[in-house]
Design a protein around this ligand. Structure first.
Ligand code: ADP
Ligand code: MG
Length: 489
């Protein structure tokens, strides 16, 4: 790989536009009733329609349209009420019809943007050119047989949306953040699982460079087959250096389609512009135009879930969470939904965050579970917060004893379990005095040290009292009583 001096690469600006394919999680395919589920035996989710038999007719899946509209609304796109479909013609073994049904001149969503946050704290809007609907092709399996390639048509006809951005990104970080935010939106909307490794979200990156200050874009290359956000970023970084190297040595960038090799981190030519397909798009004669109306859009608008940006704003502005906490909570839809449940039952938002990021996160990490597997209801967890806040249980006992008990018996309430396990702080001041007296009696030399001014030994007494009382004391009150006792001559 060419290594460029900083001075040379500093003269250039990177320009990136992304094309993101998202597989919509509908039950059936986009133009037939075949199951769209992932992971079935090869060629078990097929029918004469997805096999492209003559005489069969496609029929549009309502859910797929609804999902595409949802994504458009989430990106503030203009929804096109008058949609048409087109045939994109090419020959490949995994495309039995010989064409892919897609949208060409009238895509379902136009314009719009997705906001990304960069490490320097700045926000940037990445403009969307359009979002269109199309069907996926089947899959060619090249590694399963020694001599032949095998074809699995389960995926043929699974609904896709393609999100095409403007060439707005100027760094691999921006591209990475764009994909992260796009995936978050797809997941919050519950229209795609966003799993890049399994191919349910795929990305092609268009990359070019130009001298800083130039007004025209340079020639671009399009990198295909990027199966993780990290690899998109690696490909962009590699291309930036490669393209500058060519230009600096007097060459030109040819508008090629490139492959990315994840092992070497390098790109190679898949096909050149001269060999580019002519897809001969023409209107799909088997599908009538799809007319939507405002009432339809309003219904979808009203059923839109809260989106990560709105929740983020609410958490920072209304609940006074730190930006960091708000970012972590909204990063994953399920986590945000759990937190939303929690704050229906408690107004101690800080404790709610601490519980989620502390004991709950450790528990999930240790058990390999995800937040949706947590059986403790937000209501019961809020009960634990309430017990701590009202001084009925001490914080450490709540975390180390009551929380595991809630996990083990999620059907019981926090107060019920705390009572059963005898974890509640007794209101009886006499009890505490007993523990204090015992602790003082146990370490007479430390009492002398304390009286000579070594206040640090307080911790030792408190630790002893915590132990003997099994944490069933109010630490603040006890601390005060302990000091009084130690200072009494
Ligand atoms: P095509 O139809 O050949 O795929 P488009 O003009 O629709 O080409 O662009 C496809 C993608 O390429 C878009 O995401 C767009 O932002 C991006 N793109 C276009 N020109 C450039 C460029 N000079 N540098 C980087 N990306 C570009
Ligand atoms: Mg393209």
């Amino acid at each position: 790989m060419t290594v460029l001096s900083g001075a040379i690469s500093d003269k250039y600006e990177l320009v990136v536009g992304l094309e993101v394919h998202a597989q919509l999680s509908t039950l059936s395919k986009v133009f037939s009733s075949d199951s769209a589920a992932f992971g079935a035996q090869p060629n078990h989710h097929i029918s004469p329609i997805s096999l492209g038999h003559p005489g069969t007719l496609p029929r549009i899946n309502k859910k797929a349209v609804e999902y595409a509209v949802k994504m458009g609304l989430a990106c503030n796109s203009t929804i096109n009420l008058n949609n048409t479909f087109a045939r994109k013609n090419y020959f490949y073994a995994d495309l039995p019809k010989g064409y892919q049904i897609t949208q060409d001149v009238k895509p379902i969503c136009l314009h719009g943007s997705i906001k990304v946050k960069l490490t320097d704290g700045k926000m940037k809007d990445i403009a969307i050119h359009h979002i269109h609907m199309e069907e996926d092709a089947g899959k060619s399996l090249h590694d399963n047989h020694s001599e032949n390639s095998l074809i699995d048509l389960n995926r043929a006809g699974v609904p896709l949306i393609e999100i095409v951005t403007e060439p707005d990104m100027r760094s691999s970080e921006e591209a990475g953040q764009f994909l992260t935010e796009t995936r978050k939106l797809l997941r919050y909307l519950d229209i795609c699982d966003g799993n890049m490794e399994e191919g349910s979200m795929r990305c092609d990156a268009n990359i070019s460079v130009r001298l800083k200050g130039a007004t025209e874009y340079g020639n671009r290359c399009e990198v295909k087959n990027l199966n993780s956000i990290r690899n998109v970023q690696r490909a962009i970084e590699h291309e930036f250096t490669r393209q500058i190297g060519i230009i600096e040595s007097g060459g030109r960038i040819h508008q090629n389609t490139l492959n990315f090799n994840a092992d070497t981190g390098e790109t190679s030519v898949l096909r050149s512009k001269e060999m580019a397909n002519d897809y001969r798009y023409f209107p799909e004669p088997d599908l009538t135009p799809l007319f939507l109306d405002e009432a339809y859009l309003n219904n979808i608008r009203q059923a839109m879930p809260a989106l990560p940006n709105e929740l983020y704003k609410k958490y920072v502005n209304k609940l006074s969470l730190s930006e960091y906490d708000a970012t972590v909570i909204t990063a994953e839809r399920e986590l945000a939904m759990y937190f939303e449940g929690l704050i229906k039952h408690t107004t101690n938002y800080k404790s709610a965050v601490h519980l989620l990021m502390g004991p709950i996160k450790s528990h999930l990490n240790e058990s390999g579970l995800s937040i949706i597997d947590i059986k403790v209801t937000p209501e019961n967890l809020a009960g634990l917060i309430h017990l701590v806040d009202s001084g009925k249980i001490n914080n450490s006992v709540a975390t180390h004893k009551l929380f595991p008990a809630l996990l083990a018996s999620p059907e019981k309430s926090a107060i019920q379990l705390a009572t059963e396990l005898n974890l509640l702080i007794s209101d009886d001041g006499g009890d505490v005095s007993g523990y204090i007296r015992d602790a003082i009696a146990k370490y007479p030399d430390k009492v002398i040290e304390y009286r000579k001014g070594k206040k640090g030994v307080l911790g030792l007494f408190m630790g002893e009292i915590m132990k003997s009382s099994k944490g069933k004391i109010d630490p603040q009150k006890t601390n005060q009583l302990l000091i009084k006792e130690l200072e009494a001559k």
